[in-house]
Design a binder for this molecule. Structure first.
Ligand SMILES: Cc1cc2nc3c(=O)[nH]c(=O)nc-3n(C[C@H](O)[C@H](O)[C@H](O)COP(=O)(O)O)c2cc1C
Length: 204
């Protein structure tokens, strides 16, 4: 087998962000007036039925989840990156927190319209889903932790209640077909799709 060329020299750096390439999710949460907010996130990981989110405490999603502990984790594919970016500089929080203002955020209570997304009712949670996202996971919040070493961020522990998937990415009735599904990747604040398939793990 041909050996990959590997760089071996390193340099110590201090990047401002460590967003090394994770899927974008669009978190829908319930506003106090019964409408639904959409928050783009990239900090999430799943183990079993549990999905853990890294959520800023200054945003509307955090406020909403504390009051109403249900959400939908809508997962867009690369075709939706422009829709995601359409809502990227808005917050559902009014008034807009000072540090968000500094970064150019403005208030927008209508992110479905702005992002050209369609709301679709959920089965078991109150926040709506996003029709255009190929995977939509209804979830309840089990815990919200704000670490004492950093109050800007919270660790939100959710548990999937239902998983909905577009029919064209489902294989054998009950599985996501990895040849048909591709997440939208947030790679150091740039959007990417997946490259070519490289191989498969022994448990696939
Ligand atoms: C692609 C993308 C990924 C993001 N990832 C996160 C994240 O993981 N956690 C977070 O708190 N904010 C993240 N943000 C910023 C939030 O979207 C931003 O704080 C926004 O105010 C959230 O909306 P809300 O205030 O209405 O909840 C991300 C933004 C974009 C565009």
């Amino acid at each position: 087998m041909e050996k990959a060329s590997v760089e071996t020299e390193t340099k110590k750096i201090q990047p401002q962000i460590l967003y090394y390439g994770t899927p974008v999710i669009l978190l829908t949460t319930l506003n106090e007036d019964g409408t639904v907010n959409i928050s783009p996130l990239s900090s999430s990981w799943a183990l079993g039925n549990y999905i853990i989110l890294g959520l800023g405490t200054g945003g509307k999603a955090f406020e909403n989840l504390k009051r109403h502990p249900e959400c939908v984790i809508n997962i867009p594919d690369p075709a939706l990156w422009k829709n995601v970016e359409r809502i990227a500089h808005y917050t559902g929080k009014n008034p807009v927190p000072e540090d968000k203002k500094l970064h150019g955020f403005t208030y927008n209570p209508e992110k479905y319209e702005t992002g050209k997304f369609t709301a679709i009712e959920s089965e078991s949670v109150q926040p709506a889903r996003i029709l255009e996202c190929p995977i939509q996971i209804e979830a309840k919040v089990n815990a919200i932790r704000v670490p004492d070493y950093c109050e800007e961020f919270s660790i939100v522990e959710t548990e999937a209640v239902h998983v909905h998937a577009h029919k064209n990415i489902i294989i054998e009735e009950n599985h996501i077909n990895p040849d048909k599904w591709s997440p939208l990747i947030y790679n150091f604040r740039h959007y990417y799709g997946l490259g070519e398939k490289l191989g498969v793990t022994f448990r696939a």
